[in-house]
Design a protein around this ligand. Structure first.
Ligand SMILES: [Zn+2]
Length: 412
């Protein structure tokens, strides 16, 4: 079962529909957004020049730090098609940044995500995201109401009250952070509550933090429920969401999502890791190519659930934690998959160095046993495409809060 016909449409048809959506946003932004007018002027371009995806991919992405600065300099109205008072809501997120919510129905586009996670009419949902100032609580509540679910606006915290609600009301669904649900479960168990028997919980929808398979497994096992995650931001709402098959997150049908080289802003080939850049199809607050700062990649393989949208492979770190060596990006998140194969490794750090103009990587590895350096180098190189110099050291050598990537090169 699907939420809309868009979920199973052929790729060509989808891309045509998305182009229509993107084009409308670009035209509106050229007309009404001072920010986009300034970006076009800097490019020496106008909206008519963007005739296809390739042209569109050359528009420099919009950075969140620039939105924060320009909102301070020019005000919120500078970005909008309408007056601020004609918006549905205005939130404030850390930054501080104002996040406008326009009048379009399903503005944040989470409905298809909840539906794919098994939310149905009649589900009583405990909402533990905040309703105060930031968009999370209301952003997730509206689509639940649209589907036909009842919502308890619990908000975050007050764990004992959360447990009381889960015990006294037939709550079938939880929305919040997976780590918080685990905390609720642990507290309830400590109070002598049988969380599998005494709660009616069947499913959880989680977001706002990377979901490890370990955390998912812990929570599913603890409550006997299914846990599905969504990925989005406070600016654009839903970007991608899991289906029952897991193994990645289907791209939203209501946003154009690109994976881009964080230095040039241009799309990278399918499968390569890059920055997630999003263009939502709303026009009250037209955002063209918003750079999220999150790294991921695209999986174009067919999903058994029948949805035809391609998938994000999950969160691969932040742009700020990335550096480029010999034309290859070095992502600590990606390196962590190599270290996961070596259970005796208790800590590690990647150092980027330069010797007489030649860049190279030094990998410091804390291990209790001796490391098969040759095998490790092969494993590392197969994932990272770069050959490291390995230096082993005793556990406790690296400081506890040592960054996983340090670029020691100097650029003159
Ligand atoms: Zn699927």
């Amino acid at each position: 079962m699907y939420h809309s016909v868009y979920e199973t449409e052929p790729r060509e048809k989808r891309m045509k529909r998305k182009w229509k959506g993107v084009r409308e946003v670009v035209l509106e932004a050229e007309h009404s957004s001072g920010e986009f007018q300034a970006r076009l002027e800097a490019m020496g371009a106008c909206a008519r020049d963007f005739k296809g995806w390739e042209d569109f991919g050359k528009i420099p992405p919009l950075r969140k730090r620039d939105i924060i600065q320009w909102q301070q300099e020019y005000g919120l109205g500078w970005f909008l098609k309408c007056q601020p008072g004609q918006l549905s809501r205005v939130y404030q997120s850390p930054g501080p940044i104002f996040d406008p919510e326009g009048m379009d129905p399903d503005y944040w586009a989470w409905s298809e995500a909840f539906f794919a996670a098994g939310f149905r009419p009649g589900d009583l949902t405990q909402m533990t995201f905040s309703y105060h100032m930031t968009p999370a609580g209301l952003m997730f509540e509206q689509p639940l109401r649209d589907i036909g679910c009842g919502v308890i606006p619990a908000g975050p915290g007050n764990t004992d009250t959360q447990i009381e609600l889960l015990t006294r009301l037939p709550v079938t669904a939880f929305v919040g952070m997976a780590s918080y649900l685990k905390e609720i479960g642990e507290r309830a168990l400590a109070l002598g509550v049988d969380v599998r028997e005494d709660f009616a919980l069947e499913k959880a929808y989680v977001a706002a933090e990377p979901l490890s398979e370990e955390l998912r497994g812990d929570v599913e096992e603890m409550f006997g429920i299914t846990v599905r995650e969504g990925y989005g931001t406070a600016d654009v709402g839903c970007v991608a969401y899991e289906c029952t098959e897991r193994g990645g997150l289907h791209l939203s049908n209501y946003r154009h999502v690109e994976i881009c080289d964080p230095t040039t802003g241009e799309p990278v080939p399918d499968g390569d890791i890059g920055e997630v850049v999003v263009t939502p199809f709303f026009t009250d607050y037209p955002l063209v190519r918003l750079a999220t700062g999150d790294m991921s990649s695209i999986d174009a393989s067919v999903c058994a659930c029948g949805r035809t949208a391609r998938k994000l492979t999950g969160w691969k770190g932040r742009v700020d934690d990335v550096t480029k060596v010999k034309g290859q990006f070095v992502y600590p998140e990606q390196a962590s998959t190599v270290f996961a194969r070596y259970p005796d490794v208790s800590g590690w750090q990647i150092l980027v160095k330069n010797d007489k103009g030649r860049d190279f990587l030094v990998v410091a590895v804390e291990t209790v046993t001796s490391l098969n350096t040759k095998k490790f180098c092969t494993d590392f190189q197969s994932v990272m495409k770069l050959k490291p110099v390995v230096e082993t050291c005793a556990p406790g050598t690296l400081p506890e809060d040592a960054p996983r990537l340090v670029d020691e090169r100097t650029f003159d």
